[in-house]
Design a protein around this ligand. Structure first.
Ligand code: ASP
Length: 728
């Protein structure tokens, strides 16, 4: 990896929020902090228990640990062999496993193992990215903002400049993918350049009875007994350049891969994770937290629970339909339960109130100095006004978003309309996903979704959303939508029309429509596209409002970071770490249990014995019989944890993670792979708003279980050998 420009802000040690959570002021053995790559050199890694230097993890001039870490769609993965073999979660490979499954070849139910390279199956829609370089471009991004711009113009100017910088970088580094990430809203922007591998294949996925053991019941819970791992392989053209799938392609040779330590880890060991955490909102204001608690999360919980039930009903008794809908159900259920955890945490811990108290201190600091007061005095009011307006308009805005999200067919129709309009603009002016460099990938994602269309449940979802919108006060509803939802009959008639004669399920229709000009699109007869076209002005109006808000928040949060830094420097010495934003981060913690409630202690390892005790023989608790047989014979190979006299299944540790860290390698103090991260505990769902040592625990599958399942249960000794695992 190459670092182009030095780090941009200082982090020596991080801080721990002491909330006096249920444990009552636990002593922090780990720290909050998803540290950007640029900051690794500034951390005292020895003091944190690592036996690695910063250069071992990140080095501009020679291979380093970071070269072994990749992003696998929205998840993380790690290379474990010189031949592009990578490990990630079963739930991260789930989309591929589902797409490749049918009732005859049911890889979700039975698992999949390629016995040699020729049997590895292309994973449609999957890409693997490796961070190659980064550069601070804050000054360039913000240089386009002028004082007389209105807020929507400000947002547009920043976005245009981000795209332009990405385009320039992709010209400078041919074959690479570039992205400008917002590290601190309105303040810090970093350009990341990625190697983007486009041929990814499935190598080994255990059956769901291992990879998804416990299903949604156990998801976000501890104790856990899920073998949530899969192996994939990245392929490139024979000359080493990224290329679409071809039989000519050869395994990608990463600059570095992780050695696997089959001895795993022990309680209290230091562990670190490298990965691509998605989104956190730790710096957002109390007014934002209230919006989440009172408005958005309750809406999501209710809507997603309904959608899950709808899809489950549709798949009951028909395995082909069940397979089509499996991936969506899983992802909806994941978000629904996480949102429930967050809602409960926000309410129980009174987060908004706590943050408001912190803000009062900051306000007092601002008010104490006339200049500061002049500049920042109304900051919280300005931010609060944006969230108040969002709350007021939420019934219609959340409903409109759901219209596209809950019905994949409507989602595709909207995409077609948007593609036709966006592609009229110069590429840097377009919305994300529509630029010339990424459009093919966006199209592929939508075309792949066609395979899983299921019109009856899709219709139910659209009806549910429209009925919900019909209850919104009329003055909030935009014009066309108001007509559509005017009566139960009008909704019904529309749905009859739309689902009877649309061609939206045909790939050729998609490509023909994308190629149209806006004037030609107006002539189109397809009822689904017509509906999307009808609603497009309403959606554009909402987007314009979003841009206006984003511009306001961009300026206000930029100011908030500036004054917060001043405040911390003069008071606690606390340091600002940027929120997760899908870019590469390091987090360090320990293998340790926790106390979620009075008199309850949760220990950090689970075992095969525990897995079998939980196994009822009924999904999702139906461990394969081979697991019980090997356990009865105590055939643990070299993977036993001696103090447990068993193979450890999952483990708990105090790192700082969020969604996107799924599949992150759990690495020991010497840089060896000891597990694969896949979840957090229920209490830790609130992590996205504030980390705390008392409740923030991540969950990983223990490497010993991974190896035991791979070698002993499914006989994939060739993979164990490829990884060079020492079995003595
Ligand atoms: N299981 C989680 C997810 O997929 C990972 C996490 O959020 O910690 O979202």
């Amino acid at each position: 990896m190459k670092m182009i420009v030095p780090a941009y802000y200082l982090l020596r040690s991080a801080w721990a929020l002491v909330f006096g959570f249920l444990v009552g002021g636990a002593v922090a053995a780990a720290d909050e902090g998803m540290f950007p790559v640029s900051e690794i050199g500034r951390l005292d890694l020895r003091a944190r228990g690592l036996e690695l230097s910063a250069e071992d993890i990140f080095n501009a001039d020679r291979p380093c640990l970071i070269d072994a870490i990749c992003r696998v769609n929205g998840c993380t993965g790690a290379f474990v062999s010189p031949e592009g073999l990578l490990i990630t979660n079963h739930h991260c490979a789930y989309g591929a496993i589902q797409t490749l499954s049918n009732p005859e070849h049911d890889y979700l139910a039975n698992g999949f193992l390629a016995c040699h390279r020729g049997e590895e199956l292309p994973a449609p829609g999957y890409t693997v990215r490796i961070t190659e370089s980064f550069e601070d471009v804050s000054a360039k991004v913000l240089s386009v903002v002028t004082p007389n711009m209105n807020f929507a113009e400000r947002t547009r100017a920043i976005q245009r400049q981000q795209r332009a910088l990405e385009q320039e970088a992709e010209t400078r580094y041919p074959g690479r993918r570039a992205e400008v990430a917002e590290m601190f809203v309105g303040e810090r922007y970093v350009l990341f350049v990625y190697v983007n591998v486009k041929d990814v294949r499935l190598v080994f996925a255990p059956p769901s009875s291992i990879g998804n053991f416990g299903g949604d019941i156990d998801n976000w819970e501890w104790p856990r007994h899920t073998g949530d791992f899969s192996f994939m392989r990245a392929y490139v053209a024979p000359d080493g350049s990224p290329a679409e799938y071809s039989t000519e392609n050869v395994p990608f040779r990463p600059k570095r891969y992780l050695p696997v330590n089959p001895r795993g880890t022990q309680e209290n060991d230091v562990v670190m994770l490298l990965g691509y955490p998605g989104r956190t909102a730790r710096h957002n204001t109390a007014s934002f937290l209230s919006y989440e608690e009172k408005v958005r999360l309750p809406f999501i919980v209710e809507s997603y629970a309904w959608q899950i039930a709808n899809l489950q009903r549709a798949g009951a008794g028909d395995r082909a339909v069940e397979l089509k809908l499996a991936s969506r159900i899983k992802s909806l259920a994941n978000t629904e339960k996480r949102s429930r955890g967050q809602l409960q945490g926000l309410q129980r811990l009174r987060f908004a109130e706590r943050r408001a108290a912190e803000e009062r201190d900051l306000q007092a600091f601002i008010d104490a100095d006339p200049q500061r007061r002049e500049k920042y005095g109304r900051l919280f009011d300005e931010i609060g006004a944006v969230y108040a307006e969002m709350s007021q308009r939420a019934p219609v805005e959340l409903g409109l978003r759901q219209l596209i999200a809950a019905s994949p067919m409507m989602g595709l129709a909207h995409f077609l309309v948007e593609a036709v309009h966006e592609r009229q603009k110069p590429t840097v002016e377009r919305e994300r996903g529509f630029g010339d460099n990424v459009f093919a990938q966006t199209r592929e994602r939508f075309v792949l979704s066609q395979k899983d269309f299921h019109p009856p449940s899709d219709r139910e979802a659209l009806a549910y959303t429209l009925q919900g919108l019909s209850r919104v006060p009329g003055d909030l509803l935009p014009r066309r939508l108001r007509e559509i939802v005017a009566s139960a009959e009008s909704i019904h008639q529309l749905l009859d029309d739309v689902y009877q004669s649309s061609e939206i399920h045909r790939v050729e229709f998609v490509d023909q429509t994308i190629a149209l000009k806006p004037e030609q699109l107006k002539e189109i007869r397809d009822p689904f596209v017509r509906l999307a076209l009808d609603l497009y002005p309403d959606l554009l109006e909402m987007r314009e409002r979003d841009k206006e808000r984003e511009g306001r928040l961009n300026r206000a949060y930029g100011d908030l970071f500036a004054v917060k830094r001043e405040f911390y420097t003069q008071t606690s010495g606390r340091i600002l770490v940027p929120d997760a934003n899908g870019t590469l981060r390091l987090t360090i913690g320990r293998v340790e249990g926790y106390r979620p409630a009075d008199a309850i202690y949760k220990a950090p390892f689970t075992t095969v014995r525990g897995l079998l005790a939980k196994s009822t023989g009924h999904e999702p608790f139906a461990a394969p019989s081979r697991v019980a047989e090997l356990y009865a014979a105590r055939d643990f190979g070299t993977y036993q944890k001696d103090d447990l006299q068993d193979v450890p299944v999952a483990m708990l540790y105090s790192t700082d993670t969020t969604g996107g860290n799924s599949g992150s390698p759990v690495i020991n103090a010497r840089g060896e792979l000891v597990g694969v991260n896949f979840d957090r505990t229920f209490e830790a769902t609130i992590n996205d708003f504030a980390w705390d040592h008392g409740y923030s625990r991540s969950i990983g599958v223990d490497i010993r279980f991974v190896l035991w399942i791979t070698e002993k249960v499914y006989g994939a000794a060739h993979l164990i050998e490829e990884m060079g695992v020492n079995r003595d």
